[in-house]
Design a protein around this ligand. Structure first.
Ligand code: GAL
Length: 654
């Protein structure tokens, strides 16, 4: 069974028929069938058209759309249509609109205009979700429920009185008493001692830096509050259609939402990815987010949205050159996607996204865009057998949102140059270049199956998370500024690395952030020279802890920069080049040698070779097999044209 009851790899996109006269719909479904589209997302922003007046539903048009889709063999990823409340709801209940940190209530006229904590919005959203489920639960086109849309895209937080009440209730549930809250937030600092929960507010704009513990709890709360909203709609759907899977589209590696928690609440993971075609490294960064999506449920996922060519929301919106839409789509499949969908089906004629590319461009079927749409549909059909395939990785990257939120608190850290996404990418990029599959794992997860576990940063580290790292039997690598605080953002007794102290065999005496542009030379035990950038630490290793590299020159001259105890390597700096560390810990981990800019990804019994360069590339195949895209047998060397791909069914592998 695939992600939905639709077999093979899903293909399609957001379909907004409410923006078009009905005459166009017949052409839409005919073209969808021609392109091999198997599923479209319908009604995402259609609330005001489905319920133009309170309680007066107008389902007729959607009935006809779903009927047409079904007649043409196309399934529906049906939205609950709650991503934007209708004007009547906002005018009747102005309090559903979110309020920003400066106290300004936002106006209607865009989308996602709702306060995550508004009981009024929630009640109406649940009512609509129930009405949709009741009306369409038995519809033969229905394959998937799409709740909301890109939660936290525009509205992550709201500072209105209702949100404040909700925040207080959340805090009360977490801490029980105001004394518990005072202790956790360290309110003795700067005279913030509270005597009642009613005195606590969200971190609105304040005269100076806000208590970082308050901010951390606010981030947790904001993720939870939106998740509650999602869950309320999900439960309404499940009550009527328990067998129809429920998803909401994620936004790659998003700071605002803890996707580990969110993924647990949905039936399948779907993601929206918009790598910038003008950025030559974007295929690498997007691969990391795809690996996260695959890791969230350790199952295939769905690329719910990407752009066929240009987007419309960057300052300069570069189109995708010929071949890139196909290549990027195959890349998602390589990293575990069981379907590739786009924003959107037909290019809009009005609104903020009228210049955003689509599967059917303004110019219609005489365009290269449409030819690309047809070509991709045909390719995805050739790859049907890839659906369901799993990836097994030897390497895990550990990362979680609590630590990310804590690490990036403004105005209270030794340096604001430690950015979690950058740290993740600095490890991911060289692994990706070596053709080594990577899973992401949350702090505290069972990591026993991995040969190498890398923790780029674990600023916030609990005793349980430290235990999970201590249980690693393969190589463990821990990046700097880890084990610093507990879950309340309070520095561990004795300082860093706190609960990792024994495991790593090293104490951090002082953090030594490096100003921009300044590097700190270091020398590896084997003699090679290197340099640290951005960050260094004054380390004191225990007896018996080996020193793998020392700082050379400068204020830290002679002090350890990289240490090792047992299987655990600790980095007391950010080395500019991670090669020496990786060479050591990856010894024996199978890698696939490919030229720079070529990606090699194994998924189940298939090997994807993706040439992201504009040159022809010759690759020595690690195994012979059949290229599903050209239906030819390949062995020895494969030659890939610029931006072309090979999807090899490995010979003999079952
Ligand atoms: C996404 C959103 C879509 C569309 C798209 C354009 O963030 O979910 O509705 O706006 O971006 O790139």
């Amino acid at each position: 069974m695939g992600l939905t009851r639709v077999p093979g790899l899903l293909y399609g996109g957001d379909y907004n028929p409410e923006q078009w006269p009905e005459e166009v719909w017949a052409e839409d479904v005919r073209l969808m069938a021609e392109a091999g589209v198997t599923m479209v997302t319908v009604a995402v922003f259609a609330w005001s058209r489905l319920e133009p007046e309170p309680g007066a539903y107008d389902f007729g048009w959607l009935d006809r759309v779903l009927g047409l889709l079904h007649e043409h063999g196309i399934a529906a990823d049906l939205a609950t249509a709650t991503a934007t409340p209708p004007p009547w709801l906002v005018r009747r209940h102005p309090e559903v609109m979110p309020v920003d940190a400066a106290g300004t209530r936002l106006e209607f006229g865009s989308r996602q205009g709702y306060c995550p904590s508004s009981p009024v919005f929630r009640e109406h959203a649940v009512r609509l979700a129930t009405a949709m489920a009741t009306r369409y639960g038995d519809h033969p086109a229905l394959a998937l429920w799409h709740v909301g849309n890109e939660y936290a895209d525009h509205t992550l937080e709201c500072f209105c009185p209702e949100s404040a009440r909700h925040f207080r209730a959340w805090l009360q549930a977490r801490y029980g008493t105001v004394g518990g809250l005072n202790a956790a937030w360290g309110t003795s600092c700067w005279g913030q001692h509270y005597t009642g929960f009613d005195q606590v507010e969200p971190p609105r704009r304040a005269p100076g830096p806000v208590n970082p513990a308050q901010l951390l709890d606010w981030r947790r709360f904001c993720s939870d509050a939106l998740l509650e909203l999602f869950t309320a709609e999900r439960d309404a759907l499940r009550a009527v259609t328990p067998d129809v899977p429920v998803t909401t589209n994620f936004m790659s590696i998003l700071h605002g939402l803890d996707y580990w928690a969110w993924a647990e609440a949905e039936d399948l993971v779907s993601d929206d990815a918009y790598p910038d075609p003008a950025d030559p490294s974007s295929h690498m960064a997007v691969a990391l987010s795809y690996d996260l999506m695959r890791s969230l449920k350790r199952r295939p996922w769905l690329l719910m949205e990407s752009a066929p060519s240009a987007v419309s929301w960057r300052e300069v919106n570069a189109p995708k050159p010929p071949g890139v839409m196909r290549l990027h789509s195959l890349q998602a499949v390589a990293h575990g996607a069981d379907g590739v969908m786009f924003f959107q089906w037909r290019q809009a004629r009005y609104g903020p996204e009228k210049f955003h590319s689509a599967l059917v461009p303004h110019g219609g079927t005489a365009t290269r865009g449409w030819r690309d749409t047809l070509r991709l549909g045909a390719d995805l059909r050739r790859l049907a057998e890839v659906a369901g395939g799993h990836t097994s990785a030897d390497v895990a990257l550990v990362f979680g949102w609590d630590s990310w939120w804590g690490l990036e608190a403004p105005e209270s850290m030794p340096s604001d140059r430690l950015r979690l996404k950058d740290l993740l990418l600095s490890w991911y990029a060289p692994l990706h270049a070596r053709g080594i599959a990577v899973d992401l794992a949350p702090p505290g997860a069972d990591l026993s199956g991995y040969r190498v576990v890398i923790v780029p940063n674990l600023y916030l580290c609990t005793a349980e998370q430290a235990e999970a790292l201590a249980a690693v039997t393969g190589e463990l690598v821990v990046g700097p500024f880890s084990g610093v605080v507990d879950e309340a953002d309070q520095v561990h007794d004795g300082g860093a690395p706190g609960p990792l102290r024994d495991l790593l065999g090293v104490a951090v005496e002082e953090f030594w952030p490096l100003p921009d542009g300044l590097t700190q030379p270091l020398r590896h035990a084997g003699g090679g020279a290197g340099a640290a950038r951005t960050w260094a630490e004054w380390l004191r290793p225990d007896q018996g802890t080996a020193v793998l590299a020392r700082f050379e020159g400068g204020d830290l001259d002679g002090l350890p920069a990289i240490t090792r105890k047992g299987n655990a390597t600790y980095l007391g700096c950010l080395p500019a080049d991670l090669t020496p560390v990786l060479d050591r810990v990856l010894a024996g981990v199978p890698a696939i040698a490919v030229p720079a800019g070529v990606e090699a990804v194994r998924r189940g019994r298939h090997l994807f070779l993706l040439n992201h360069t504009t040159d022809e590339q010759r690759i020595t195949l690690p195994y012979p097999g059949r290229d599903l895209l050209t239906d030819t047998d390949l062995r020895g060397d494969a030659v890939l044209a610029p931006r072309d791909a090979v999807v090899l069914r490995i010979e003999g592998d079952t």
